[in-house]
Design a protein around this ligand. Sequence first.
Ligand code: CP
Length: 308
Amino acid sequence: MIKHLLSGADLDAATATEILDTAAEMATVAGREIKKLPALRGRTVVNLFYEDSTRTRISFEAAAKRLSADVINFSAKGSSVTKGESLKDTALTLQAMGADAVVVRHPASGAPHRLANWVDGSVVNAGDGTHEHPTQALLDAYTMRARLGRLAGLSVAVVGDVLHSRVARSNVLLLSTLGAKVTLVGPPTLIPVDIAGALAPGTDVSYDLDSVLPNVDVVMMLRVQRERMNDSYFPSAREYARRYGLDGPRMRRLPEHAIVMHPGPMNRGMEITAEVADSPRSTIVEQVTNGVSVRMAVLYLLLGGNNR
Ligand code: CP
């Protein structure tokens, strides 16, 4: 097993499948009266969050606690970071407290990679800037496999603000490794030139959502990240929703078995309507549930839970 999980590219097919299979076993714990395993007793997991999060932060905390690890939650807001303390000095402080794993979210792309050079424990990238979010890709893959029974040969459309999306990057890398075919869909201004080939050969790009929908097994809608936009990438929110939003009529163009995903948080009414988000095809709530099992599997395998 790898020591750190920094990128979807860190996972070969065998390792990714081991994580997904372990997550399926972890999911059985959620159905028990006592939702705890002793696997990481005596280990310390630090959640180091420099950027806001609901799902990822809470699910890593729940995952570590279900494995009986000690959990330290660190939020940059209210810490000595506001007095100017650097990431390195914060990391060395955590190291001195005996962190076995550091789960880090940071607005700067590459921050988890730097951290991995400074601490002895495992580092898990919980989202770095516009770069990657590998555990989101793993929980997405888990959800697809659970709903559709396989990953190899699936056709997956990833739709919207690809330019700013760490979720899109990690999904392209992981899904390609696992044999799915990804098509990136969005306005030309929000799909970086050459991204498809640079990430994974065989990935397609389309600017026409309506032509893609009838041929996919999965449509993954991305949040329009207006907080990261310092330019005008489309004429108006209304125009974006008209061309690239998933609404009821568009959803009905999907094959009957196809599912709708979104990593959250959603801009309801922009990239996805309430009718679609709350429909039986939507896996959005399942994705959150599966996130706990997948993160349990990641922590368990990175910390050598299977070798203790
Ligand atoms: N999907 C995701 O990363 O959500 P949060 O920002 O709430 O963690």
